[in-house]
Design a protein around this ligand. Sequence first.
Ligand code: FMN
Length: 311
Amino acid sequence: MNNYKISKSEIFLGDNKIKNRIVSSPISTNMANDDGSVTKNIISYFGNLASNEIGMVTVGASSVSKEGGDALNGMHIGKKIHENGLINLANEIQDKGSTPAIQIFHVGAQGNTNYSNERIVGPSKYVVPDIGIEAEVLEIEEILKIENDFVEGIIQAFDCGFKLVEIHLGHGYLLHEFMSSHMNKRSDEYGGDKINRLRIVTNILSKLSNKSKSITKNMGARISADDFIDGGLDLRENRDLINILDDNNFAYYSVTAGIYETAKQKYIQMKEGSYWEYAYNLKKMTKTPVIAQGNITSVEMGETLLKKKYV
Ligand SMILES: Cc1cc2nc3c(=O)[nH]c(=O)nc-3n(C[C@H](O)[C@H](O)[C@H](O)COP(=O)(O)O)c2cc1C
C-alpha cells in the first residue's frame, strides 16, 4: 500500500470524491442493441472493470444521435429508449465500487457508411484517406440540432446517474473537426477565425449553462495534444479552448493525440510514452486535473508518473 501512496490517494473531480487515481480510459465496446441502448454484455464489461479497484470507470464514446455513431452496435444517448439501460449501467459501476463516467461524441466526417448505414457529415467536405467517403457539409440548422443533441445527451447521462460526463473534443471527431483548420474550411460563423471554429463548443457550453449553471463542474473533456498534421490542433492551438473549459470549471481533462488520418503516428507516439509528456505539458497550462494514458501498464508506472508530477 505504501508503495502506491499517491496512486491510492483520493482526489476530487468536480463534486465527486474519487477513491484513487486509477482511471479506466473510455472504451467503446460496440455491444449495444441496434437502437444504441445498453445491453447486459455492456453492463457486465464495465461492472467487471469497476470491481477492480478503479477510481473512475469511463464508458466509451456514446453518440448523440444515430447519424453521429461510428459502429453498427455503438451506444447512443439522449432518447427515452436509452434511459433504463443507462441507469442500470451507472448503478452497476457505482455498486461495484467505482465512480461512473461516460463519454459523449459525434463521429462527424470520420464516419464510415460500411459500419453505420448513415449519412457522413462534417463541417466541410473531407475524406479520410483510408475510408474514401466524402463527408457532406452540415447546414446551419443541422449544426444547431447537433448542439442540442449534445445538451440532451449530457443532461440525460447525469439524470441517469453518471457522476461525470466527458465531452469528446479529440480523435478527429465532429467537435474536433470544427476546431481544426485542417478539417474546417467553412466561411460562415462556424469557420475561419478561432472564435468561429470554437463556436459549436461554446454554443453547447452556453446552452448547457442555460439549463443548469454548474453542470460543467462535473464534466471532463478529451483534448488533442497533437494531431500530427498541418493546420491541426496541438496544445498551443488549444490554448483558447483550455481557457474556455477552465472558465466553465471543468472537472478534468484527458489528454490524447491523433486523428484517423494520422493513426499510425499516434500509435508510435503512444508506445513511446509521448502521451505522458502531453499530460505533463497540459498540466503546466491549467489547474484542472489532467488524466494521462497510453501504455501505462502497472500501478508502479502510474505511481512513478505521479511522483514525477506528470499528472
Ligand atoms: C477497443 C478500444 C476502444 C476505444 N474506445 C475509445 C472511445 O470510445 N473513446 C476514446 O476517447 N478513446 C477510446 N479508445 C482509446 C483509449 O481510451 C485509450 O486512449 C487507448 O487505449 C490508449 O490508452 P491505454 O494504453 O492507456 O489503454 C479506445 C481504445 C480501444 C483499444
